[in-house]
Design a protein around this ligand. Structure first.
Ligand SMILES: [Zn+2]
Length: 423
């Protein structure tokens, strides 16, 4: 392979910076080292000549790229064609699930499809049998870690694409919309936008560049609720318990049995929802508590699940009148699709149309987990998630390809152009 393109060069450099988040930490960002990358990005943005690139006290880095009109087109120099201001987001932190320090990215040029033993730990292999998605990338230039660490494509790929965009902005032909770049912290531990000053971004529509694979678009997440059941039994000496003891733990087990076993995370996929009893607390014969999360893609489906749980708790209480059973249910978040449709459905339709323009049909993939975009959409900024080429996130098997990175980069350019012409 020839010298890596500027995009790949950036990607590899950013992957080497340890930015692993720490769920046990209460500081913001959770690890100070996330700011190491933040400082590097600010330095590079300033060197490129992007005025106003800054990192705030929490570590969020923002930079503004001024929109521009179509070259020589009608309206000429009156400003960008689009009134819609776009925000792009990528998170600088990496996941705590695999080692994240001392990352050594390895490029495997023109990969022939055979199993790769990674040089830093030969027991770690890149194997199409384990990940069939690899089959579509034979002949491409694969990028992995050396096997001892994660790669950090999640989400250094998004970071690199946004930085590359900034560096070429002045040479890109218009029209382009006013665009704000926002590099975030602690996405991997669910705190990605907790301290973000969303209003100051001044954006109308956002995109996170944090989706795995190629040609994927995510704009649907679960509707989520959490339930807590407290069971108060009657404890006495077991030797003299007949007809007196009410064992809270047995009631708790009975309740779990009443939840449909085929509606569990381990038995569902795609659009199927579930009940997930996950934590038993203050367990004892006299007192036990149970926490359950409830997930469903539709609003009505979530309500039906809550109703089923209420019914089960009522049945349990009726069977055991001397026990006291309490149920609390709270809603956690809504399917981001509902927020996007309310705020600006073009966030999705334009993303699809921009794909069609470059001859790709984006696949809409459901997210059976969380994303910063879901939270941003809920806060009023409709923010679908778009692909960045990466695979096997949060592990030493993580990989991307030069061609996928470049494809994602071209797509983002096209998306911005589309907004400028139609927004
Ligand atoms: Zn990510």
């Amino acid at each position: 392979m020839e010298t890596p393109s500027p995009l790949v060069d950036r990607f590899v450099r950013y992957c080497r910076v340890d930015t692993q988040a720490d769920p046990e930490s209460v500081s913001v960002p959770s690890t100070e080292k996330q700011k190491d990358l933040g400082r590097l990005l600010v330095e590079e943005l300033r060197a490129i000549g992007v005025g106003g690139a800054t990192m705030d006290e929490f570590g969020y880095v923002t930079a503004r790229l001024a929109g521009k009109p179509a070259p020589g087109g009608g309206g000429g120099s009156t400003g960008p064609a689009s009134k819609t201001r776009i925000a792009l987001f990528a998170h600088m932190d990496t996941a705590p699930d695999a080692p994240g320090d001392g990352v050594i990215p390895v490029i495997h040029p023109s990969w022939d499809g055979s199993v790769i033993q990674l040089p830093g730990d030969p027991s770690v292999t890149i194997d199409p049998a384990r990940n069939p998605a690899l089959h579509a990338h034979v002949g491409e230039d694969l990028i992995t870690s050396d096997g001892r660490t994660l790669l950090g494509s999640d989400d250094k790929a998004g970071v690199a694409i946004m930085m590359q965009l900034a560096s070429e902005w002045s040479d890109l032909p218009g029209p382009l919309p006013d665009t704000v770049l926002c590099f975030t912290i602690d996405e991997e531990i669910g705190r990605g936008v907790d301290h973000l000053d969303l209003a100051s971004l001044g954006a109308d529509v956002g995109y996170t560049l944090d989706g795995s694979g190629i040609d994927s678009l995510n704009f649907e997440t679960f509707n989520a609720a959490a339930a807590r059941v407290d069971i108060h039994g009657v404890a006495v000496h077991p030797g003299y318990a007949k007809g007196v003891m009410v064992n809270a733990l047995r009631l708790l087990a009975e309740l779990i049995q009443m939840l449909p076993a085929d509606e569990a995370p381990e038995t569902t996929e795609g659009r199927e929802g579930y009940f997930h009893p996950h934590t038993v607390g203050s367990a004892g014969a006299d007192k036990a508590s149970l926490q359950i999360i409830i997930r469903d893609f539709s609003h009505d489906g979530l309500e039906a699940r809550k109703e089923l749980l209420r019914g089960a708790v009522a049945t349990l209480a009726a069977r055991h009148p001397r026990a006291r059973v309490e149920l609390q249910i709270e809603d956690n978040y809504k399917n981001m699709r509902s927020y996007i449709e309310e705020a600006d459905p073009r966030a999705v339709s334009f993303a699809l149309a921009a794909g069609e323009e470059m001859g790709i049909t984006l696949k809409s993939e459901l997210i059976r987990g969380g994303t910063d975009g879901a939270r941003l959409s809920e806060l009023g900024l409709p923010t679908p998630n778009i692909f960045n080429g990466g695979h096997d996130y949060h592990s030493c098997f993580e990989w991307n390809t030069v061609q996928s990175l470049e494809r994602a980069h071209r797509y983002v350019q096209r998306l911005l152009g589309y907004w400028a012409r139609h927004g």
